[in-house]
Design a binder for this molecule. Structure first.
Ligand SMILES: [Zn+2]
Length: 402
């Protein structure tokens, strides 16, 4: 179903702009009017990361007149495998500023607005206000639900995308465009249980997948802004890069949706961190009072080397992560082996007096695993807060991070 154009056309294109956008202008569906609409459009991209990088570059090149960048992070070397808006010389710079420079290099006629701050309940509505459309390139559920709700309250359409390893998804959420148009909560009423869905930082992502999904998001943004084609409102696009397969599913509006349904219970911004939970209740209970710092661990390892202390240090990450970096003296037993029970026979007996110390990349998986180990009777087991990331940052900077 086609929808009316979201944005009114700008008064005119300059001669330079006509030259620049000529390959758009000669497409009958876009034409001069469509290009003028893009010129008048104000689009906010959340995140200048995997999805935001290609999205910002293509929105800029397409001639979207005003581009906002909401991003608080800095460029890290591990970003460059996919975040093509940043380069080697940008490492350590704020991503928002690095992205702005690349955009102006791609198209100096774009007005760039930098929001170098973390979006939260206090600022999200004021940042969103004034934009015609939002492209969501966030990588965590708490922000995703916040973006959905804020966009709904302000009646701003947004194009959502998500990526993990070889799998991508995208859709357009625009409940105010029609009675049948769903929101993100209609599709995913509840976030996944904490610890069940790893982030790209934990599980990895194929770099080029960002371009596949990011370009779909721009494709849909252009269609909504200029009123051409059939935007993916009420449709979920699913991409499997390994099978090279695109699928499109219908997403229905949920009459019982907590946000856009008939009797909404979410009538204002909520506590999204609590709603999504960084870790499960079981993991939080297990970790309470049983979390040590990497500095404490370093001290314990010294005592173990001197023979005054006995414990086993278990790394619950995956083998390919263990190859990148590790805490010396750790043994690898992936989290999955704890969940299926096979790991317990690899541990010293409960009555052996040997303490079990667990760690992962950041402390989430090890907290989940700690709950399993404690449940098996290892009452004095602990896990390492911040995991190997904290170890490299605070104890052993000679190792790479990922
Ligand atoms: Zn809904």
């Amino acid at each position: 179903m086609s929808l009316p154009a979201l944005v009114e056309p700008a008064a005119e294109l300059t001669i330079d702009e006509v030259r620049r956008y000529s390959r758009h202008l000669i497409i009958p569906d876009v034409g001069m009017t469509g290009q003028k609409r893009l010129k008048n459009a104000k689009v906010l991209v959340i995140g200048a990361g995997g999805l935001g990088s290609p999205a910002l570059l293509y929105l800029a090149a397409a001639g979207v007149g005003t581009l906002g960048i909401a991003e608080f992070d800095e460029v890290d070397e591990s970003n460059l495998q996919r975040q093509i808006i940043h380069g080697q010389s940008d490492i350590g710079r704020p991503k928002a500023e690095s992205a702005r420079d690349s955009i102006l290099e791609a198209n100096p006629y774009v007005e760039v607005v930098v929001h170098n701050e973390r979006l939260d309940n206090d600022n999200v509505l004021s940042v969103f206000e004034g934009y015609d459309l939002i492209v969501d390139g966030t990588d965590n559920f708490a922000t995703r639900y916040m973006v959905n709700d804020a966009a709904y309250f302000l009646k701003i359409p947004y194009v959502w995308g998500s990526i993990y390893r070889f799998d991508g998804q995208a859709s357009v959420f625009w409940p105010s465009s029609g009675d049948e148009a769903p929101c993100y909560r209609c599709l995913y009423p509840e976030p996944p249980p904490p610890g069940m869905v790893p982030s790209c930082a934990e599980g990895g992502v194929l770099g080029v997948l960002c371009a596949s999904i990011g370009s779909i998001q721009v494709n849909e943004a252009i269609k909504v802004l200029s009123g051409i084609g059939d935007p993916a409102v009420g449709k979920l696009v699913i991409y499997d890069a390994l099978e090279l397969e695109w699928r499109k599913l219908k997403v229905r509006k949920d009459p019982s949706c907590a946000l856009c349904g008939e009797n909404p219970t979410v009538t204002g911004l909520i506590d999204y961190e609590a709603f999504c939970g960084a870790i499960s209740d079981e993991a939080a209970d297990a970790a309470a009072g049983s979390t040590i710092s990497v500095v404490q661990l370093e001290h314990m390892l010294k005592e173990r080397a001197e023979g005054t202390r006995d414990f086993v240090l278990v790394d619950v990450r995956e083998p390919n992560e263990f190859e990148i970096n590790r805490i010396p003296g750790s043994v690898l037993i992936p989290k999955g082996d704890f969940l299926n029970g096979s790991a317990l026979e690899q541990l010293p007996g409960v009555d052996s007096g040997t303490q079990v110390v667990m760690h992962c990349k950041s402390g989430v998986r090890s907290a989940e695993t700690l709950a399993v180990v404690k449940g098996a009777g290892y009452d004095d087991a602990v896990h390492v807060g911040g995991g190997v990331v904290a170890w490299v940052n605070q104890v052993d900077p000679s190792q790479p991070t990922y």
